[in-house]
Design a protein around this ligand. Structure first.
Ligand code: AMP
Length: 634
C-alpha cells in the first residue's frame, strides 16, 4: 500500500497522483486528507503556500463530489485571479479520471457571460475570487445554496485584500450544515474571527510552526547605505548567476523603476504591479514561468498570485510594513520541499525590524556582507568555467572546426582558456574593478549615506545649489501621515527615487524632510499652488539644518523653530516663501486637515482607489499617497 492509499483516497485519484508524479504525501496532506475524508468536519489548517495544500483539500473534495448530480457542491474561494486559475488547473488534473466532474473558474477581468455559461452546463466545483463570485450571485448566475463544502484558501490574503464583507455575504448564502475548510499561512485576528463566526468546532492542524515561514527558507540580511540598495541588489544577483527570484518593492513606482534599471543594466528582469493591464501582467507571468525572466520585481499585491516553484531567492528590496507580509514574501521560495533564500536589503536604522521578524517567524536571520566587486568577479569566473565545461557541443560547429582551429593557431591551451573566459570576465571586471564596499559599517554609513545633511542649508533666502536641503511641509500626523507614508507621497508627487527624500520627520500638524539641493527647484516648482482635495499643501525651505543632530534632537529643534505658525519664517520675511503661497491658506487648511465630511481620513495622493475593483481586473493597491495608516508591526 502506498502512503497515498493509506490516506483513504480512491483508485481514480491515486492514478491521477501517479500521473502528477507525487510520490509521498506532504505533511499537510498527511494530516488533512484523513480528517476531511472521514466525516463532516470543519477544518482550520495553518499552512504556507508551497506545502501542497491545494491537493490537501482538493483530493478530499473531489472524493466527496457526486458526479451524477450537476449541482454545485463545492466552492473554493481564493484571493486572486492567478491563484484561482492555478487551483482550477490542479483540480482538473486531480480529477482527470473522474467521469462528469466539472471544475469552473470564476474571476474578474474575464467575460462573466462565458463563466456563467460554463456554470450553467453544470459545475460541481466552482473556484472563485470573492469579488466576481458576489457579482455572479447578485445576478443570479450561480447557485451555492446546496454546497456541501466551502474552502477558504489563503484566507489571510483574502482578508488582507479587503474581502471580509464579500466573504461574509457569500457564506451567508450557503447552507448552514455545509463544512468549511479554511487554509491560511498565518492566523491574524481577522482570520480567527472568521473561523469563530462561520465555522462549527473546527479541527485545527498546523504545518510547521504556527505563523512561521517555511523552514526550508534561509533568511539573510545585508546592511547597506540607503542609497546603495540598487547596487547591492545587482551584486546579490551577480553573486548568484542562476538566480530565479522575486524582488519585492513597497510601491508600484519603485517596482517599475527597479525593473527598468535592471533591464537597462542587462538583466532578464520584469515588473509586476497593479498599474499594468491584466494582459501585461499575464505576459510577464508567462515569461517568468518559462524562466525567460530571472528577476521578477513585484509589489506585494501583484505578487499574491505567484505560484511558481523553483524560486531560488526572494529579495526584499525594501521591507514591508507588516511582518505578516514578510512571511508571505519569503514563502514564495522554498516551495514543494526545495530550499530557498529570503534576502533583506536593509539600512542600519531599520535593523530593529529584523528582531521583530525573527520573533514572529521563529527563525534567526544570518547577517551577511554584500560581496566585494572582486569576489563577484571570482564567482562569475568559476561559473563561466563550469558553464563552458558543461556546454553540450553543437554538432554544427564541426564543419567550421578546421577554419576555427586555424584562427587559434599558435595559441597554447592555457592561453586559449584565459582568452575564452576573459570574453565574459572582462565585462564584470571592468564594472567591478574600482567599486566601493557597500556594507554599512558602524557610524560612518547607514541610511544617512554619503550626504552631509548639514551642508547647503540656508538662511539667506537663496535657493541652495549643493548639499542637503531641509524643508517644511504643512501636513503631519493630524493628516494621518507617518514618516513612511509622507515619504511615499513626496516621492510619488515629485517622481523622485526611493532615497531622494530622507530624514522625514513628522510632527503633529507639520513635518520636515530633506533632499539633495539638486532637486530643490523641482520641489519648489511642484508645490507652487499645489492642492490636494482642495487644500493647499505648502513646502518651504527650512532654515534649520535638522537631521544633522539626528532623530529626536533635531526634531525638537525643528518643532521649536517651526512652532506657532508651524514653519520657519526667518528667511527674509517672505511669508509667501518659495512655495509662493499665503500663510492663511496653509494655516486654515491645517485646521481642516484631510478629513472628509464624515470625519474619516482620506488619502492624500491624487490616486484614490479605496474601492477594490477586482471585477475590472485590477486589485487594490496603494499608489503613493496612502491607502491606510501604516502602523503595522514595526
Ligand atoms: P501548493 O501548496 O498547493 O501550492 O503546492 C505546491 C506545489 O507542490 C505544486 O506545484 C504541487 O503540484 C506540488 N505538490 C503538491 N503535493 C505534492 C506531493 N505530495 N509531492 C510532490 N509535489 C507536490
Amino acid at each position: 500500500m502506498t502512503k497515498f492509499e493509506a490516506l483513504g483516497l480512491k483508485k481514480t485519484l491515486l492514478d491521477a497522483i501517479v500521473d502528477m508524479g507525487f510520490e509521498t504525501p506532504s505533511e499537510v496532506q498527511e494530516m488533512a486528507i484523513p480528517i476531511l475524508l472521514e466525516g463532516d468536519t470543519d477544518l482550520v489548517a495553518l499552512a504556507q503556500t508551497g506545502t501542497g495544500k491545494t491537493a490537501a483539500f482538493g483530493f478530499p473534495l473531489i472524493q466527496k463530489i457526486d458526479a451524477n448530480s450537476k449541482t454545485t457542491q463545492g466552492l473554493i474561494l481564493s484571493p486572486t485571479r492567478e491563484l484561482c486559475m492555478q487551483i482550477t488547473n490542479e483540480m482538473q488534473a486531480y480529477s482527470k479520471y473522474e467521469r462528469g466532474i466539472n471544475v469552473v473558474a470564476v474571476y474578474g477581468g474575464a467575460s462573466i457571460t462565458d463563466q456563467a455559461r460554463q456554470i450553467k452546463r453544470g459545475a460541481q466545483i466552482v473556484v472563485a475570487t470573492p469579488g466576481r463570485m458576489k457579482d455572479m450571485m447578485s445576478r443570479g448566475l450561480v447557485d451555492i445554496s446546496k454546497i456541501d463544502v466551502c474552502i477558504l484558501d489563503e484566507a489571510d490574503e483574502m482578508l488582507n485584500m479587503g474581502f471580509y464583507e464579500d466573504i461574509k455575504e457569500i457564506l451567508s448564502d450557503t447552507p448552514k450544515e455545509k463544512n468549511t475548510w479554511l487554509f491560511s499561512a498565518t492566523m491574524p485576528k481577522e482570520v480567527a474571527t472568521i473561523a469563530k463566526k462561520f465555522m462549527r468546532n473546527p479541527q485545527e492542524i498546523t504545518v510547521g510552526t504556527k505563523n512561521s515561514g517555511a523552514s526550508t527558507v534561509q533568511h539573510e540580511y545585508y546592511v547597506v547605505g540607503g542609497r546603495d540598495r540598487y547596487p547591492a541588489l545587482k551584486r546579490l544577483a551577480d553573486t548568484h548567476p542562476d538566480i530565479f527570484s522575486v524582488i519585492f518593492c513597497r510601491t508600484k513606482r519603485d517596482t517599475q523603476k527597479v525593473a527598468e534599471s535592471l533591464i537597462e543594466d542587462g538583466y532578464n528582469a520584469g515588473a509586476l504591479h497593479g498599474d499594468l493591464s491584466q494582459n501585461q501582467r499575464d505576459l510577464v507571468m508567462n515569461a517568468f514561468r518559462k524562466k525567460q525572466i530571472q528577476m521578477l520585481v513585484a509589489t506585494d499585491v501583484a505578487a499574491r498570485g505567484i505560484d511558481v516553484d523553483d524560486i531560488t531567492h526572494v529579495i526584499n528590496y525594501q521591507l514591508p510594513d507588516e511582518i505578516e507580509t514578510y512571511t508571505h514574501r519569503s514563502g514564495r521560495t522554498g516551495r514543494a520541499g526545495k530550499s530557498g533564500t529570503s534576502m533583506v536589503i536593509i539600512t542600519r536604522s531599520e535593523l530593529r525590524k529584523i528582531k521583530a521578524i525573527e520573533n514572529k517567524i521563529g527563525q534567526k536571520f544570518i547577517t551577511k556582507n554584500i560581496p566585494s566587486g572582486m569576489e563577484i568577479c571570482e564567482i562569475q569566473l568559476y561559473h563561466l568555467a563550469n558553464k563552458i565545461k558543461d556546454t553540450e557541443v553543437n554538432a554544427q560547429v564541426e564543419a567550421y572546426l578546421p577554419a576555427i582551429t586555424k584562427v587559434f593557431e599558435g595559441i597554447d591551451r592555457d592561453e586559449l582558456i584565459k582568452k575564452v573566459v576573459s570574453v565574459e570576465f572582462t565585462r564584470f571586471f571592468n564594472y567591478y574593478n574600482k567599486t566601493k564596499d557597500l556594507n554599512a559599517s558602524g557610524s560612518d554609513r547607514g541610511d544617512r549615506d554619503d550626504r552631509n545633511s548639514d551642508r547647503g542649508n540656508n538662511n539667506s533666502g537663496e535657493i541652495p545649489t549643493s548639499g542637503a536641503v531641509r524643508y517644511f511641509i504643512n501636513v503631519g500626523e493630524k493628516d494621518d501621515y507617518d514618516w513612511m507614508s509622507l515619504k511615499d507621497f513626496l516621492r510619488d508627487t515629485l517622481e523622485v527615487g526611493q532615497d531622494d527624500i530622507f530624514k522625514v520627520d513628522v510632527k503633529e500638524s507639520f513635518s520636515f524632510f530633506n533632499t539633495d539641493a539638486s532637486i530643490t527647484p523641482k520641489i519648489l516648482e511642484t508645490f507652487k499652488d499645489f492642492k490636494v482635495e482642495g487644500r493647499f499643501v505648502n513646502v518651504e525651505i527650512s532654515s534649520n539644518p535638522g537631521g544633522g543632530g539626528g532623530g529626536s534632537r533635531s526634531g525638537s529643534r525643528d518643532r521649536n523653530r517651526g512652532g506657532g505658525g508651524g514653519r520657519d519664517r526667518s528667511r527674509g520675511g517672505d511669508s509667501g516663501g518659495y512655495g509662493g503661497k499665503k500663510r492663511e491658506r496653509s494655516s486654515s487648511s491645517s485646521k481642516g486637515g484631510f478629513k472628509d465630511d464624515s470625519g474619516s481620513k482620506r488619502r492624500s495622493g491624487g490616486n484614490r482607489s479605496n474601492s477594490r475593483s477586482e471585477s475590472k481586473g485590477g486589485s487594490k493597491e496603494s499608489s503613493g499617497g496612502k491607502s491606510k495608516r501604516r502602523s503595522g508591526f514595526f
